[in-house]
Ligand binder design. Sequence first.
Ligand code: CA
Length: 246
Amino acid sequence: MSQEPQEERRALVVEDDDDVRALIEFTLSTQGFVVQAVDSGLAGIEAVRTFDPDLITLDVGLPGIDGIETCRRIREFADAYIIMITARDDEIDRLLGLETGADDYLSKPFSVRELKARVNALFRRPRRGVGAVASQQPVAVPDHEVLEHGRLRVDVDGRRAFNGTLELALTRTEFDLLAELMRTPARVWTREALLRSVWGTDWASDTHLVEVHIGNLRRKLEGDSGEGRHIRTVRGVGYRMESVDS
Ligand code: CA
């Protein structure tokens, strides 16, 4: 597939802290984005309608409606990439459980380098419109990459995953993680390798992000037991897929 010649990319920054907003605005503009910045959730939702961004950074702690509710409302009509920014590290676990529809999470303080890497990683991923954008014509179905392993089946292009006949409700990141594991089911993945592959970073401190997502993915595959039948922990190394037939 050939790349469109230098199409304009737009980013929206929703952040009430002036310093952080200026930092993100500046960082994204150096990455070639046309940037708009607002300081509240409602202004953010309005800006998504009028500005139609490809990327949104969304602070969790906002005055008025918070970032989580803002994210939900944006997801009803837009499929831009969303990076949630939280002031608390431990909040990421809670956010992931809420299925806000965000694509990635960053905790403050973050480095400019980290923000850039996260953005680059998101834009390397294949994209597909959300169901909410229903007015668009259905696109022609390309050759589907379908991965199968035991009971699990992942339709990569359709971005749907199944356990037997049950369709799994995965976030974008959980889906990408599962697809990556299923592409090479015999491989033992280290957390660092998964970080590089799925998130595009390799800072060891982020391996917690992998563990949290693996935990969520296991719960969605196996219910609350989440004991790792499908995704095995290889002690001292990382993870690998197990073929589960029943
Ligand atoms: Ca804030």
